[in-house]
Design a protein. Structure first.
Length: 357
């Protein structure tokens, strides 16, 4: 009961706190409640008429929010786990390992989803059952008998130098150039790029908010600094984000672009009336812009994450150590970094001849 009350208190004020503040608040509430015996009021004792799986999901998500999980993680749990349980068609406590295995096999062979997708669903369900067991709501965890799905990890390619020059040439505004150069210099994730604030930039250093609610410093080369300077000089609004969201509706957007050449319409961000006072562009909007640039440049598979891989690969080829590359990327495991790198067998052979006696 104390745990449930603490979670509900934290959830009530979650929108006003950061992840680290949420964790600190949760510990302080636990300390205070430790001095009290708590029971639920009788008038609040009602028979839950909904689905038992829904009830457990609400408690699970409440616990994850109180723990400080990101909004993206919470949304993923809330979407995936109920879908899996509904397909299996049993209360959570009656689900067996065989039920889960059959579900995963059906997803792969009948529904034709990738093994990556199926394994992601298995991982989310495993998190749910691990929580149930930890809270002593379930004695046995069926997921302990369900093996991970082996996924072939393919090493994806980086942009070539010619690709990069084509992409740079295809940019039609200072904003597009700033996006490209920032990604190439900082190797940031698209979510980190979207959340960058002007105040986060200090000279050639920019602090980004990464996965796991962690902050790290990334670095701007001369091209990125110049591109950012040129872009911000064209901005006349007060939005704190480097890439702010637009404030226009379809109506006034059409009014602004009426009579304006298409090549000039991409400069709409110069008009402060079309910039929201707060808030940043979402990831899908930035990704759409990058894909359009790639299409104009004639470069296939042009998406934000490929810039991250390209920057790391080129740095390693120039002599940067793998550990340093890993730290700049914000990886906790070097194994993860190795999957990012586009290093050919020929380059490995040359490195072996150079360094191995």
């Amino acid at each position: 009961m104390k745990e449930q009350l603490a979670n509900e208190l934290v959830i009530a004020i979650t929108p006003y706190l950061t992840g680290l503040e949420i964790q600190d608040l949760k510990m302080r509430i636990d300390m205070v409640l430790g001095h009290y015996d708590i029971s639920q009021a009788e008038h609040a004792l009602t028979v839950y008429e909904g689905d038992i799986n829904d009830l457990m999901m609400k408690r699970f998500l409440s616990a994850k929010i109180a723990k400080g999980c990101s909004d993206r993680t919470i949304q993923e749990y809330g979407k995936t786990i109920p879908k899996v349980l509904k397909t299996i068609g049993k209360p959570y406590q009656d689900v067996t390992a065989d039920d889960v295995r059959l579900y995963l096999a059906t997803r792969i062979h009948r529904d034709k989803v990738s093994k990556v997708t199926a394994n992601s669903e298995r991982r989310d369900l495993s998190s749910f059952y691990s929580w149930l067991q930890k809270e002593e709501l379930l004695l046995k965890n069926p997921m302990n008998k369900v093996d991970k799905i082996k996924v072939t990890k393919e090493q994806k390619s980086a942009f070539t130098l010619m690709d990069l020059e084509k992409i740079r040439y295809a940019c039609r505004s200072t904003r597009e150039t700033a996006m490209v150069e920032l990604m190439l210099s900082t190797w940031c994730r698209i979510s980190e790029l979207a959340e960058m604030k002007i105040s986060d930039v200090r000279g050639d250093v920019v602090t980004v908010h990464g996965k796991g609610d962690k902050y790290r410093d990334c670095y701007l080369n001369a091209k990125a600094m110049l591109a950012l300077h040129n872009y911000l000089n064209e901005r006349k609004d007060s939005n704190p984000y480097i890439f702010p969201r637009g404030a226009f509706t379809c109506g006034n957007a059409e009014k602004y672009t009426r009579g304006v050449l298409r090549k000039d319409a991409v400069h709409w961000f110069r008009n402060p009336d079309l910039i929201a006072e707060s808030g940043h562009m979402d990831k899908s909007s930035i990704e759409a812009i990058i894909r359009r640039i790639g299409k104009r440049a004639g470069v296939e598979k042009c998406h934000p994450h490929r810039f991250r891989r390209t920057g790391a690969t080129m740095a390693l080829r120039s002599g940067m150590s793998l550990i340093t590359v890993s730290r700049i990327l914000g990886h906790e495991q070097i194994d993860t970094t190795q999957l990012y790198l586009d290093i050919s067998n020929q380059e490995l052979e040359q490195a072996h001849r150079k360094y191995v006696l």
